[in-house]
Every structure is written in C-alpha cells, then in structure tokens.
Design a protein around this ligand. Structure first.
Ligand SMILES: Nc1ncnc2c1ncn2[C@@H]1O[C@H](COP(=O)(O)OP(=O)(O)OP(=O)(O)O)[C@@H](O)[C@H]1O
Length: 533
C-alpha cells in the first residue's frame, strides 16, 4: 500500500527556509511530511517537519492551529539531551509558492533512524533484544522524566517516536499529542497508537476526547521496553492492534494474566511489570523520575538475551490466566490509524483506504450523534440502520459500547438486537422473580462483577441505560473471546445471546445454544437480521 500522499505539504529539494536547504524527503506522519535539510552556513544536518495548517478550511484550521502551536511551543521548550532538539520554527510566506503560504516548518536535529525502523529490520521479533536496547531505554526514560517533571505527558510514546542519532543519541520525538496536565490529567482529542494506550483509555474516553494521565506514558514505556528487549514482541497476544488492545483490557479486568516473553532479561522483568500494572492507580506509584533511576541502576548493559530466552512466555506472579506476547504488525498500519485519529479529531478529510476503520476507533466509532441516521452503503458492518426501531437516543450509547469491544462479532446491531429481546428497550423493565432489571436485564449481583460506568457519573447503576449497555458490551465481548478460545466459532452472535441468558460455561458445555434459551436466541437472531438488512 503506498504511503499516503499529503499534497501541498511537500517541499522540493533545494527549497530554502532561511539558512536551511531541503535535501530530500524522510517520511510522512499524521501532520505532514518530514524532510531532510542542511544549513547552508554550517552544514549542520536537520530534519524539517512541515505542519500544514494552511491547507485546511477555516472551520478546521483553528483546531489544527492550536495543536500545531502546542507542538511548536513544547518542542522549543523541551530542552534536554534525550528530547529531540528543535532549532527553529518558521512560518512560510512565499509569493512564488502560494500553496505553502502560512505553513509552519519545524527545524529539528536529524536522527539516523527511529527505534521502529530498527524493529522493522529483517530478523527482528525473535525474542532477542535490539542492539543497545538498555541504552535506548535509559535515554527514553530520561526524556520521559524530563517532560513529566515539566508537567507534560507525551501521549504518543512508541518506537516510531524514539529517534536514534548517528552518534548514539536517543531522542524522544513527536510532540503532536503532548499535553500539559491540569491537575492530574488532561483531555486531548485522541491518544496515540492503539498498541501503546493503557487499558483504562478505553473506558476513560468522553465525547470523543481522551483522558490522559502521566501513567499512560508509563504504560507505553512498559510496552516499548518489552518490544525493544525482544526485537519487537508486544507483551499482549493478538495478530492485530485491536486484538492486543483487547487482551490488555482482559488483563486489566483480571481475566487474564501478564506473561512477559522469556527473552526479556531478568533485571527488566519486575520493572516492566510495574509499568504494566493494570490500572492507573497502581501504576501511579511509579513516577517517571523513579523509572529513570531504576532503568539506569538495574539494567545498564543488560540487553543480552536472558538465560532462558527462546520461544515462549513466563507468568508474572499474581497474574491470572496467562496471555503471551505477539509480534507487532507493520508500522504502516499504526501510522494509518494515527492519521485517522487526528483527522477524525479535528475533522480533516482522510486519504486512502483503511482510514474509515481508524476513524471508527478514534471517535468511539459511534458515527451517530443520535440525530443523523446511521446506516449507509459505506457504514461499517453492524451499524444500526437509520429506519430501525432502535430508539434514537440509545443509538450513540449502543454504538459506543459495541465499539469498545475490539472483536468484530460485537456490533451495535447485535447489542441492539439483544436489548430488544431482553427488555424491548424499556429502561424500567423488571422481572423481580428472576431478579432481572433494567434495559439490559441485569441481575444486580452479576452486574456488580462487570459494572462499567458508561455515563461517567461516578456511579455504576444497572438501571442506567448507558451503564447497563456498556456493561453488557463488556460482558458479551468477554463471552465472545471465551467461546473462541474453546474453539466455538460458528454463529457467535447466537452463542453470545445464549451466554448472556445463561453463562459462558453452560454454552461451552453444550457446545452450542442450550435448549432452554432457544426461543430467546431465535428472537435475537430475528432482530439481528432486521438490523443487518
Ligand atoms: N528529527 C528527525 N530526524 C530524522 N527523522 C525524523 C525526525 N523526525 C521524524 N522523523 C521521521 O520522519 C517520519 C515522519 O515522522 P512523524 O513524526 O511526522 O510521523 P510518525 O511518528 O512516523 O507517524 P505519526 O505522526 O503518524 O505517529 C518518520 O519516519 C520519522 O522517523
């Protein structure tokens, strides 16, 4: 798949920006294109990142300009040996090139490559640390400690944003999503790569915005360290970023344990486990300053393979059902998603195939504000049809809840069909004899074990449709995974509907829909058919 072209964001070779002369193109990110350049005065090698605010229509420009302004300001202020140095920020005014008028160019020190480039080399991913992994991680943790001490959160820490200089320097880069904390957290339009967001990100999102805390960077460091020390293996299993994100969520819920790859050297294991503590609160005890000290003290030079290195994983004490690491897919996929994330956040039109999927993840995938009808020929599979009987005010809630599950079988249409069969969408439904209440017919004691605060009011209430529906999605998502683990792959929606009425065990033991739920499941299947016309 070709790299997305960002027309109007390219600078031709030879183009002059003050003393800087463009010498080539390095690559494209979410914001535009990064070029190589050199100073005509000193010969210093630089990288020029063009931030294309000028190409946007006025309605979108303001939001983009705010993000650009923040990236420029934080880049210029972040003066540290392990944060890429920004030498200048220039706004282009060039009568000969009206297409560039008003664009911002960031002139940075030029790196040789990124950690992602190293991980993408042939032969990586076999569980062996990349050369110099300990030094790279030391640099990253020092850069992180610096920006946290200034009250910022990077928000997009990943191998692509760790730059490696020709002289062995390690620089944190890409401040596009960096935020300044207000109190203990901040809101940004969306967080970075799915492979590096902490599990709580999925439940912390509000209205398309993400809650970002410093502990998100600590989690991302844990993932990144595991990757660097194993040549790219992600600490959670799954062939796609969605699947790995789901595995991390299962771990955070306690239904799966943490298994680091055997290749991770001994002195790193406890530290990575601490970075990957399942929730914000337990991760918060590890501050970036302490992380930096622990990295420097315990692990210097320890990037040789662990004595037990090889295929496989080891449980981390205190963990539940183990899950193991997986090689991570190509960087193209993550860049594609990030493009979509930012574009969705500020309404920039997307380029090329695959963008729709990314946008879906970025904005909770609701694609439905309750006003505009949802299904269209281009709507994702499982979208609730515009002319269905699903109450309009519930559609965004149902859609958001379904999109929190990374498994494709859990769709808005399925949740809607299940809700219709359970309660007929009646928020006050009650069957006291069965001890079942609310729109999703939760049994209060069962609800307690799974409860999600869907409406973010600080309370988890089975009578609140957003709480009940979001919790239903989370539970159904887990059922889906359990059934797949047991080799049940036929007609998963029916099995989920049956499991929701009985239990995962009953369905697994029956290896299908139990007879006593047959009528109910038939109803769900009928409604689902209606909603997936
Ligand atoms: N200072 C630099 N020196 C050398 N290469 C750089 C520099 N900054 C960025 N790059 C490279 O330029 C390319 C684009 O970088 P950019 O930060 O814009 O996007 P990205 O991080 O790859 O993707 P995204 O922004 O979507 O996360 C990448 O290949 C990156 O490694």
């Amino acid at each position: 798949m070709p790299e997305p072209s960002v027309s109007g964001s390219e600078l031709p070779v030879g183009y002059r920006l003050g003393e800087w002369r463009v010498t080539g193109r390095i690559g494209a990110g979410s914001w535009g294109v990064v070029h190589s350049a050199e100073s005509v005065d000193t010969g210093i090698q630089a990288a020029v990142k063009l931030l294309p605010t000028h190409r946007l229509p006025p309605g979108q420009r303001e939001a983009m300009e705010r993000l650009v302004e923040r990236e420029v300001r934080l880049s210029l202020e972040a003066d540290h040996p392990h944060v890429v140095r920004t030498r200048a920020s220039l706004v282009i005014h060039d009568a000969d090139r009206p297409e560039l008028e008003g664009a911002t160019a960031l002139v940075m020190d030029r790196a040789e490559r990124s950690l992602q480039d190293v991980l993408a080399q042939p032969g990586q991913g076999s569980g062996t640390p990349v050369a110099g992994a300990a030094e790279v991680l030391e640099g990253v943790s020092a850069g992180l400690a610096h920006i946290h001490a200034r009250g910022w959160v990077h928000g997009d820490l990943k191998p692509a944003n760790v730059l490696l200089a020709p002289d062995g320097g390690v620089w944190l880069a890409d401040f596009g999503l960096t935020v300044e904390l207000e109190g203990t957290h901040a809101y940004v339009p969306a967080l970075g790569s799915l492979d590096h967001v902490p599990p709580e990100w999925w439940s912390d999102r509000e209205g398309g915005h993400s809650v970002v805390r410093a502990t998100a960077d600590i989690w991302a460091f844990g993932v990144l360290a595991h990757q660097a020390l194993t040549g790219g293996l992600h600490p959670f299993p799954g062939g796609t970023a969605r699947a790995r994100a789901l595995a991390a969520q299962a771990y955070a819920r306690g239904s799966a344990g943490l298994r680091l790859d055997n290749g991770v050297p001994e002195c790193w294991r406890a530290l990575i486990s601490d970075c990957l503590k399942p929730d914000h609160a337990s991760r918060a005890v590890l501050e970036a300053g302490t992380l930096k000290e622990r990295v420097a003290a315990a692990c210097r030079g320890a990037d040789a393979p662990a004595p037990s290195a090889g295929a496989g994983t080891r449980d981390v004490p205190g963990a539940g059902v183990p899950v193991g690491p997986e090689p991570v897919g190509g960087r193209r996929a993550s860049r594609r998603r990030r493009l979509a994330v930012l574009a969705a956040a500020i309404g920039v039109p997307l380029l090329g195939a695959g963008a729709a999927t990314g946008a879906l993840l970025a904005n909770d995938g609701s694609g439905d504000d309750g006003k505009s009808p949802s299904a269209s020929p281009s709507a994702p599979p499982g979208t609730i049809p515009a002319d269905s009987d699903v109450p309009r005010e519930l559609r965004p809630v149902i859609t958001r809840a379904a999109r929190m599950c990374a498994d494709k079988e859990v769709t808005p249409a399925l949740l809607a069909a299940m809700l219709k069969a359970e309660s007929g969408f009646d928020a006050k439904a009650a069957r006291p004899r069965e001890d079942e209440y609310g729109i999703a017919m939760w049994t209060p004691s069962v609800f307690k074990g799974w409860a999600v605060d869907g409406d973010k009011d600080g309370d988890k209430d089975y009578m609140s449709p957003p709480d009940a529906i979001t919790t239903m999605s989370s539970y159904v998502c887990w059922l889906d995974q359990e059934f797949k683990k047991e080799g049940l792959r036929e007609n998963l929606p029916a099995l989920m509907a049956a499991g929701y009425r009985t239990s995962s065990r009953t369905v697994i033991d029956t290896r299908g829909v139990p007879a006593r739920t047959r009528d109910h499941v038939n109803r769900v299947e009928r409604y689902l058919k209606d909603y997936t016309r």
